[in-house]
Design a protein around this ligand. Structure first.
Ligand code: HEM
Length: 244
């Protein structure tokens, strides 16, 4: 905790502003005006309320989402294992040493993990007689990209980590509710249930993100923020399964 409070103010830019607020501001601007109050982009797709989802399309979204969450979870898990020798995001966690003890478990077991919940949901669909598809291009492409970033670009990786988990608790939840109303008889999936207090879980992760970013230069911070558009593009490709 000491590192976060004793950090020197950034040399330029948004001094004193917690980095997560910067990440959030960039993300909110990339929403369309119909998606969120702070959105600035013109809509290019129908608004969520107009979506006509099918179970098949929604399943493709859930399967690809599971792959993406599983990939994020595997990466942070690996990063925390000391004997993991590869040059990877582990080296970067090494730099975040606080009072001699590693904070390498940073993003493990945050309570936001979604792959187990999605596994249960897919089992439920299967019991209902639906065929579960294999992951498709939007999911596999994103998973491969995340693996790549975890090896060579920790700042960009963190941008995706933030956006994927936080988007799911905001717009993602709203989308889940609308879809459930239309095609699942309001069945609430495990994907949208968290153990414990969600706002507290989110706040804990915000604190960790701020802590990690406190060791970044202004250039590294900007590099992370600049990745937000890609995060929207990849996640947008997953969401498109639901309304096409
Ligand atoms: C927050 C809607 C897609 C990232 C939000 C909020 C809404 C929303 C309503 C809450 C705004 C508030 O706090 O007042 C939507 C809808 C989407 C969508 C309807 C698509 C149809 C995305 C995508 C990403 C994303 C693709 C990035 C991958 C975020 C982030 C937040 C957010 C990071 C901030 C969450 C927080 O501060 O806790 N979104 N969003 N959203 N969204 Fe989205």
């Amino acid at each position: 905790a000491a590192a976060a409070t004793e950090m020197a103010p950034a040399a330029s830019g948004e001094e004193g502003k917690a980095f997560v607020e910067e990440m959030r501001a960039v993300a909110m601007r990339l929403h369309t005006k119909d998606q969120a109050r702070e959105g600035e982009k013109e809509p290019q797709a129908p608004p969520v309320a107009k979506w006509e989802p099918s179970v098949e399309g929604y399943l493709r979204f859930l399967v690809d989402s599971k792959l993406v969450f599983q990939t994020l979870e595997d990466i942070v898990e690996r990063a925390a294992v000391p004997w993991y020798q590869k040059i990877s995001i582990f080296d970067y966690f090494d730099r975040n040493t606080i009072n001699g003890s590693y904070t390498d478990a940073e993003f493990r077991n945050t309570g936001l993990e979604r792959s187990e919940a999605l596994k249960k949901d897919l089992e439920w669909f299967k019991q209902q007689g639906h065929a579960i598809p294999e992951p498709s291009a939007p999911g596999t492409t994103y998973a491969t990209y995340l693996e790549e970033l975890s090896e060579k670009d920790p700042q960009a990786f963190i941008c995706h980590f933030y956006n994927v988990y936080f988007a799911h608790t905001a717009g993602g939840r709203m989308i889940g509710k609308k879809v459930a109303e239309k095609i699942l008889n309001k069945k609430e999936l495990e994907f949208y249930k968290w153990e414990g207090n969600l706002s507290q879980l989110l706040q804990n992760v915000r604190n960790k993100l701020n802590q990690v970013a406190s060791s970044w230069s202004r250039e590294e911070k900007d590099h992370c923020l600049e990745e937000t558009e890609k995060s929207f593009a990849y996640s947008g490709d997953l969401l498109r399964h639901i309304f096409t």
